[in-house]
Ligand binder design. Structure first.
Ligand code: UT7
Length: 325
């Protein structure tokens, strides 16, 4: 069986920066509350670019980094909670925007764990020899599904996209772990799809097509499953935490990461953190962070890196990667 290497990364965030102080003019909040409770200072908000626009820009950057061309890509998976449309998939729109004429394309919905699920899915196709190359993208314009009157949520999220090009190789993805709990947790973080009244209904529907969240429950869940995800992926690879050079966690709240670092006695310097600049961009946080690390030259050939995601569904999971470029 083949292995799967990450051979290029890219990212794109909207230009418009919205600071905590600016948000405090929209809802009753303050820079002090947001910074101390979450670690977020500012986020990027789209002024009209859709999810596919950000995704396509991140994808082109990742392709350039990988030295492949769009037509070399055989599979495109976009992980998103904020697709452009029900039909077509955002992945098909990206295919059109970048001209990846030889790719099969589909979206994955796993909220903030989306990139982990998409990476793992693409890796399985490559490991089994079905495809040799894939483009995996996490992309969100969450600002279009945000309730801008709800201070419990609107201060936390941001827009952005990150992408990675995968290719069959000798080394690379060492292990993956995915889990879900729609039995106990599907109501903690949700956003219903818009639903029109049909001509046979007597009454209109009251559908909450904006993000709602039980922050405390998600916090409790997050710290538990981040620990679980690190332990599971290490166990399966017969590795221990001392072998790991970096951890790229889903960027939701610095307090969640600090809690996990303390619990597992991991130095905070092992965690790459950029949530102060972008807030929580859901499925895009991990590939944006990965691209920043790659561009900053932090990742050295042979480094072992764990990606960890958690989010709505509930969903969670991790990937252990040996860096090969
Ligand atoms: O990708 C996964 C996405 N979600 C998450 O990761 C969320 C996980 N949860 C969290 O990060 C935290 O629970 C939050 C940051 C959402 C909230 O922090 P908290 O320390 O759990 O605060 P809280 O919900 O207990 O709220 C404390 C107080 C409340 O006021 P009272 O009832 O004590 O008077 C809230 O109404 O803070 C109030 N509050 C705010 N105040 C100013 C809630 N949001 C805000 C706000 N600005 N934006």
């Amino acid at each position: 069986m083949k292995n799967v290497e990450i051979i290029g990364t890219g990212s794109c965030v909207p230009e418009r920066i919205v600071t905590n102080d600016e948000l405090s003019t929209i809802v009753e909040t303050s820079d002090e509350w947001i910074s101390t409770r979450t670690g977020i200072s500012e986020r990027r908000i789209s002024l009209g670019e859709n999810t596919s626009d950000l995704a396509a820009k991140a994808a082109l950057e990742a392709l350039k980094d990988s030295k492949l061309e769009a037509k070399d890509i055989e599979l495109i998976i976009v992980a998103t909670t904020s697709p452009d449309s029900y039909v077509p998939s955002t992945a098909c729109i990206v295919q059109g925007l970048i001209g990846a004429s030889n790719a099969a394309c589909f979206d994955i919905s796993a909220a903030c764990t989306g990139f982990i699920f998409a990476l793992n899915t693409a890796a399985q196709y490559i490991k089994t020899g079905v495809y040799k190359t894939a483009l995996v993208i996490g992309a969100e314009v969450l600002s279009k599904i945000m309730d801008w009157k709800d201070r419990n949520t609107c201060v936390l999220f941001g827009d952005g996209a990150g992408a990675a090009v995968l290719r069959a190789g000798e080394e690379g993805i060492m292990n993956t772990y995915m889990a879900s709990d729609g039995i106990n947790g599907r109501e903690f973080l949700r956003c219903f799809a818009a639903q029109n009244k049909n001509p046979f209904m007597l009454e209109s529907l009251d559908v909450k097509d904006k993000i709602t969240m039980n922050g405390k429950e998600v916090f409790r869940f997050a710290v538990k499953v981040m620990v679980d995800s690190i332990e599971k992926v290490l166990e399966a690879a017969q590795s221990n935490i001392e072998d790991i050079d970096y951890i790229i966690p889903h960027q939701a709240n610095i307090r969640i990461i600090e809690f996990v670092a303390k619990k597992l006695k991991i130095d905070m310097s092992k965690f790459f953190i950029n949530l102060n600049k972008y807030g929580n961009t859901s499925g895009a946080t991990i590939p944006i962070a990965l691209d920043e690390m790659n561009k900053q030259g932090l990742l050295k050939r042979g480094n072992k890196v764990i990606f960890i995601g958690f989010g709505g569904g509930l969903t969670w999971g991790s990937v252990l990667v040996k860096w090969t470029i």
